[in-house]
Write a protein that binds this ligand. Structure first.
Ligand SMILES: [Zn+2]
Length: 371
């Protein structure tokens, strides 16, 4: 195991944020995996899982069981960890400019495409190596004028040439769920089976440049731009939502870490037998069909259904109680599917997203993720 402390561009003199990186195995010896925890810094269950992973991987590495290279960023957002306003922690948005820490990651497709133009051949693996080198160069060359911009550049540079990228997050209140690229559904199902995922939400473009897609989408785009040359989707990247922000129950993190390690064993990154694949608990559904239950007005939220429950179209999900009249506004689901996430607060303003259902019938367009 090697530990690195990468200095980030500082916001003010005297304050030097650093990004801690733990490396296991040996670069080039086998598949590369990049894992990062809590890019949204208030999604702390991921921090516990990262600690469990670090502990296990140290032992596995010492025993020579890491067959490739694993890069673990145990707290991916030191900037967000420090953001507290009026005693409340804010880890989702950069307080400097309001930008979501998991949006606006650079799309390196254009730079990589220009770099490999005319150099791709008939050997898929040689093409992959060429594209990876181009992506690495493009990520390293990104501008880094603010601490958050530098953080995004560093994280992307650490993961852009990986075979597997696991971005560990959580929702407000939620069942375990995954986001992934539509053509990588099979790998999402396999990972989801290990983790016991209750929803797997797929898209080819979610909008606004989240980290997982910044790593995986360039391959999807480059395939389309260079159709005459064999080029696999060489990076499987997914956002793992480790339930809700308060889900730090004893034992949960070690169970989740064990599931992630079993997946890595199955993928040939770790030595040993992964064991039988558990039966998947869900089928993937389109992210475009995920139904947001939004507040039509201000009010107090009274949920009638819990996360993990299967909802039928037309069923009551929540009521919104008007504080002037006391009238309850019933909020029904349009879709059938698993209620995979709920808001953590019980006071809503008009337009607030209160719950999400992994449906199959809606066809939303535009930006598909929560702000
Ligand atoms: Zn998140």
């Amino acid at each position: 195991m090697r530990e690195e402390l990468l200095p980030l561009v500082g916001a003010t003199p005297g304050l030097q944020p650093v990004l801690k990186v733990l490396r296991y195995g040996r670069a080039g010896a086998g598949p590369k995996v990049a894992i990062q925890a809590a890019l949204h810094a208030d999604e702390v269950p991921a921090l516990l899982v990262a600690r469990e992973l670090a502990r296990e991987l140290r032992t596995l590495d010492a025993a020579g069981a890491v067959l490739g290279e694993i890069v673990l960023v145990p707290y991916a957002n030191p900037l967000g960890l420090a953001q507290q306003v009026m005693e409340l922690h804010h880890g989702r948005f950069d307080l400097r400019d309001g930008v979501n820490f998991n949006r606006q990651f650079a799309d390196l497709t254009e730079a990589a495409s220009a770099s490999v133009q005319g150099r791709l051949g008939d050997d898929a693996m040689a093409n992959v190596a060429l594209v990876r080198a181009a992506l690495r160069t493009a990520a390293t060359a990104l501008p880094a004028r603010s601490p958050a911009q530098d953080l995004k550049r560093r994280l992307l540079a650490l993961a852009i040439d990986a075979d597997i990228v696991l971005d560990l997050h959580c929702d407000n209140e939620a069942s375990l769920h995954l986001y992934g690229l539509t053509p990588q559904a099979d790998l999402c199902i396999e990972l989801g089976a290990h983790l016991g995922a209750r929803a797997i939400l797929l898209a080819t473009e979610s909008g606004d440049g989240p980290f997982d897609e910044a790593c995986s989408r360039p391959w999807f785009e480059l395939q389309r731009r260079h159709p005459g040359h064999p080029l696999p989707l060489a990076c499987f990247s997914t956002t793992v939502e480790l339930r809700g922000q308060a889900d730090t129950q004893p034992g949960q993190a070690s169970t989740d870490a064990a599931a992630l390690l079993a997946f890595l064993r199955r993928r040939g990154v770790l030595a040993g037998d992964a064991g039988p694949l558990p039966a998947p608990l869900c089928e993937p559904t389109p992210l475009a069909a995920s139904e947001p239950i939004n507040a039509p007005a201000a009010g107090v939220v009274v949920f009638h259904r819990s996360v993990g429950e299967t909802i039928a179209a037309g069923e009551l999900v929540a009521e919104l109680v008007d504080v002037d009249s006391g009238a309850a506004h019933a909020l029904h689901a349009q879709s059938s599917g698993v209620l995979y996430a709920r808001a953590a607060t019980r006071w809503a303003l008009p337009g607030d997203r209160l719950a999400k259902i992994a449906g199959t019938t809606l066809v939303r367009t535009g930006k598909l993720l929560s702000p």
